[in-house]
Design a protein around this ligand. Structure first.
Ligand SMILES: NC(=O)c1ccc[n+]([C@@H]2O[C@H](COP(=O)([O-])OP(=O)(O)OC[C@H]3O[C@@H](n4cnc5c(N)ncnc54)[C@H](OP(=O)(O)O)[C@@H]3O)[C@@H](O)[C@H]2O)c1
Length: 298
C-alpha cells in the first residue's frame, strides 16, 4: 500500500477507511477490532472518524475495540474531527451550529482522546467552515494541542480555498489536509479552486463519499445513469469492477487525493485498494468527468 507523507513523521495509507457506518451496524467491540485488522491486512492503516458520528457514539465504539488489543494502536493512524454542535438526543443544543472557539476545541479534543482510548490523535480536523471562525484563535489552539502531544497534526474539512488559505497562513502553513467531497457527481472542489490551492501548497486532500454512497452505479436513476454507464463501460475495458474505476478516477488526479472508503464491507475496500494498480488514460478520465453532464468543454 502506498504511504502518504503528511509531515516528516506522519504517514497515512493512501486509501483510508471511514467509520461513519460502524455503530450503525451495531458491531461488538470484537467485531469492530476484527474489521479494523482486516483493513490493516490490506494495507489500509488510517481510520477516519468524528465526534458526531453515530450520534456521538462512534469514537467510543473504536475506543472499545482498541481496548481489546492496546498494541494495535501503534499500527494505525486515527483521524477525527471537531467543531459541530449537533442537536441530538445526547446533546443539549436547541439547534445544530458550529463552534470553533478555543474552549470548545480543547474540551472536544480531550473527550475524543478519552472515547478513542488513546493518548494522541494523528490528524485532528476542524469539521466544517464556521462563519464565526477566528483564525488566530483556532490556529493558536491547534498549535498548542500539538505542542502538548495530544494531536500529531491538524487540518480542516469542507473548507473553501479562501478559508483554507486564511487558516493555513495563521498556522504558519501547517494544515496537513482538507477533507472534501468528490466523486463523478460532485465537482465543487475542482470548480472552486480548492484543488489548485492544495496543489500549490503540496497539501493532499482526503476525499469523502468517493462512491456517492453507491449512487454512482445506479443505471435506473435519471441523474446517475450517464455516469453509471461510463463506469460500467470502462470497467469492461480495464477488466475490473466499476467501483475500481470510480476510485481510479480520484487517484488519477495530480492533487494526490486520499479516498476514504465508507463501506462496512471488506470486499468494497478491496476494490478501493485494487484501484491503486490502475492508471486511467487521460481520455477515460475525461469521459467520467463529463458524464454527469455538469461540465462541457469549450
Ligand atoms: N468530512 C465530512 O464532512 C464527511 C462527510 C461524510 C463522510 N465522511 C467520511 O468519509 C467516509 C466515506 O464517506 P461515505 O460513507 O459517503 O463513502 P462512500 O464509500 O461513497 O459510501 C459508503 C456507503 O455507500 C454504500 N455503497 C458503496 N458502494 C455501494 C454500491 N456499489 N452499491 C450499494 N451501496 C454501496 C455503502 O454500503 P455498504 O456498507 O453496504 O458497503 C455505504 O453505506 C465516511 O465513513 C466518513 O468517515 C466525512
Amino acid at each position: 500500500m502506498e504511504r502518504v507523507h503528511l509531515t516528516e513523521s506522519i504517514y497515512l495509507s493512501r486509501i483510508i477507511q471511514g467509520t461513519m457506518g460502524i455503530s450503525l451496524h451495531n458491531r461488538t467491540p470484537q467485531e469492530t477490532l476484527s474489521f479494523m485488522k482486516a483493513c490493516v491486512e490490506l494495507g489500509v492503516t488510517t481510520f477516519d472518524t468524528a465526534e458526531i458520528y453515530g450520534n456521538y457514539s462512534t469514537e467510543e465504539a473504536i475506543g472499545e475495540a482498541l481496548k481489546l488489543d492496546p498494541s494495535f494502536r501503534s499500527q494505525i493512524q486515527l483521524v477525527t474531527k471537531t467543531g459541530i454542535n449537533m442537536a441530538s438526543s445526547v446533546r443539549p443544543y436547541a439547534f445544530s451550529h458550529y463552534d470553533t472557539s478555543r474552549e470548545r476545541i480543547v474540551a472536544a479534543c480531550h473527550e475524543s482522546l478519552r472515547k478513542l482510548n488513546t493518548t494522541y490523535i494523528d490528524v485532528y480536523l476542524i469539521h466544517r467552515e464556521d462563519p464565526l471562525i477566528d483564525h488566530q484563535e483556532v490556529a493558536c489552539t491547534l498549535i498548542q494541542l500539538k505542542q502538548e502531544g495530544l494531536i500529531r497534526s491538524y487540518g480542516v474539512s469542507n473548507f473553501d480555498p479562501f478559508k483554507f488559505e486564511a487558516l493555513h497562513e495563521a498556522t504558519g502553513y501547517q494544515l496537513v489536509t482538507n477533507q472534501i467531497e468528490w466523486n463523478p457527481l460532485v465537482t465543487e472542489h475542482i470548480d472552486n479552486g480548492n484543488f489548485d490551492v492544495l496543489q500549490k501548497h503540496g497539501v493532499k486532500p482526503m476525499i469523502w463519499s468517493p462512491l456517492a454512497q453507491g449512487r454512482l452505479f445506479d443505471l435506473k436513476d435519471k441523474e446517475t445513469a450517464p455516469v453509471a454507464k461510463v463506469l460500467h463501460e470502462l470497467a469492461t475495458k480495464y477488466g475490473v469492477d466499476p467501483e475500481v474505476i470510480a476510485y481510479a478516477y480520484l487517484l488519477r488526479h495530480p492533487v494526490h487525493a486520499m479516498p476514504i472508503s465508507g463501506s462496512t464491507k471488506i470486499e468494497r475496500l478491496k476494490n478501493a485498494v485494487k484501484a491503486l494498480e490502475i492508471k486511467l488514460e487521460r481520455e477515460d478520465w475525461y469521459r467520467i468527468y463529463l458524464a454527469s453532464g455538469q461540465k462541457h468543454l469549450r
